[in-house]
Design a binder for this molecule. Sequence first.
Ligand code: NAD
Ligand code: TYD
Length: 349
Amino acid sequence: MSKKILITGGAGFIGSHVVRLFVNNYPDYRIFNLDALTYAGNLENLTDVESSENYTFLKGDITDDEYIKSIFETHQFDGVIHLAAESHVDRSISDPLAFAKTNILGTMILLNSFKNLWQNNWEGKLFYHVSTDEVYGTLGDTGLFTETTSYDPNSPYSASKASSDHFVRAYGETYKIPYVISNCSNNYGANQFPEKLIPLFINNIINNKSLPVYGDGKYTRDWLYVDDHASAIDLVFHKGIMRGTYNIGGFNEWQNIDLIKLLCQQMDEKLGREKGESEKLITYVKDRPGHDLRYAIDASKINKELGWEPSVTFEQGLSKTIDWYLANEEWMSNIINGDYLKYYEKQYS
Ligand code: NAD
Ligand code: TYD
């Protein structure tokens, strides 16, 4: 086993795709997946790799300093790929402290254990922090986020992620830990928890429930298929320039309402419904407070330096995503339980 890699948040949406890629593509690495299994963590996302020889699951919380110290001492991780986080903007508006705790304090606790374990013996070591484009705040009608855009976060979620990015850089400057950070746009694909726009709306269309569009629906996001994010993380982890940051995005901007109409069209076809039937479910609801108007990523640095580009078009990725949800209704029905229904009622009633 040549390297021991800790992936945090590996039972979540993006983390599970990253764990699968690393377990399958690097049989000589030992992959440890650390996850607290919050409402967003789901080991059903990883049934296909759970018995692989190079895979170990560790149930634990990144804010538990003693526990984190103990696993670093026991397993001596050479690399960390840190994805564990509270990740949903709407939840950050109702419970901001939970976001500060996990996203800021949890990241610091990991950084500290990594620093204390290796004590300047940095050869072959790397702390990879997975972050979001939301740290840059909002764009107007034009322009793109580049790696040098100033941080200007607007939600408790993006403020907590921005803070964690700053701590990673500060540990790099002060203690010389080798790090990379990537800031990615909105992801979509299989295994995404149905609180985010695309899986929520797929589930509601299947069940003929209304589609709650915030505000006028003219907010814009830049969407990337989750496996393309995982392949970018693989490249940045292995080839990224140390103490650098990379923006990752699909050059794929959609106004919410246009995306929702495309989703409705594809769902009508797949469900054998009459054209236009699902669109009737669209309902405009109260806007999200502090709603960022537009995110769009300039991904030319990762393209030029590392040769990365997305592998699917949005139409293809969306179609694959819908097919996955239609084929995995049990995955969804295991999530739609008491806690989820309570969240849904509170958020949308
Ligand atoms: P997710 O909410 O689906 O998964 C988060 C995972 O972290 C879950 O498995 C959860 O159990 C775990 N977790 C939460 N708190 C924890 C704690 N205290 N200790 C240990 N584990 C804990 O999130 P996601 O959408 O997969 O996002 C993963 C990462 O990627 C996050 O850091 C997020 O900021 C970043 N990101 C997400 C997107 C996106 O569109 N989803 C885009 C860019 C960046
Ligand atoms: P979301 O998936 O929560 O991602 P983020 O807020 O991190 O970009 O939301 C994507 C867009 O969809 C965002 O502009 C908010 C909007 N949205 C709705 O209109 N209705 C909803 O029920 C949700 C969850 C999101």
